[in-house]
Design a protein around this ligand. Sequence first.
Ligand SMILES: [Zn+2]
Length: 250
Amino acid sequence: MVEDFIDTTKGEWRGEMVVEELGESEADIVKTIPIQQQFLLIDWGYTKSRIFSVKSTYHLEMRLKKMAKGEPSRTNNENGLWNEIWKLNVPAIVKNFVWKATNNCLPTKENLLKRKVVELALCPICSREVESVTHSLWSCATSSDIWAESVSPIKKWPSYELDFYPLWGRLVKNLNQGELEKVAAIMRKIWLRRNKFVFEEVFSNPYKIIRTVLDNLEEYQRAEKDLVCNLSSAVSGRAVVKWKRPSEGW
Ligand SMILES: [Zn+2]
């Protein structure tokens, strides 16, 4: 347990033990972690059964370093980009889906391999590349076909992207709200099509996919608009009713 590697009276790492367990170079990284940060491990999900390990601390540190080096924009604009998800006029299930995708929480083969659920990370559809979130929703040849359809709001965008989060950032920056809503809904449908292929070996054609999504989205947004109109007329109708004192005995 990680407590064994910490001198709690001094509030510091037991250097020799860490070196013995991990070797010199990795221990050097671990020893730079302030002791308080061990509590972050629960949130970061690097431990099993609530048992802390030095190894897990090492993973946390690597993640923190990566954030500090390669993903500064993520930390700065994090709230802004995520707020864009919640503002979309799409069903809540689509918002949740995009949120999961930006947080790399979809059960892609790559993520399942990390958790040792599968043995291969290859895309189950094209079998050519690792199935990351970006590959699945964006750059897989079968997803590119959908994005290239004439009714797609981003048909001329390049298919090559490494990480989903910056891709979402670029979409937010370059698309208007209506286009972003379409993209979000299409992404979820691409994921559903992928699942249908994996579990039922059924695969729909690109045009059918994008047409269905856009029609459903339009219907949803029309219904939402009607609902808002009906609510506002109901409110204004109620506003003119004035309270009157009941007659004696009522
Ligand atoms: Zn693929």
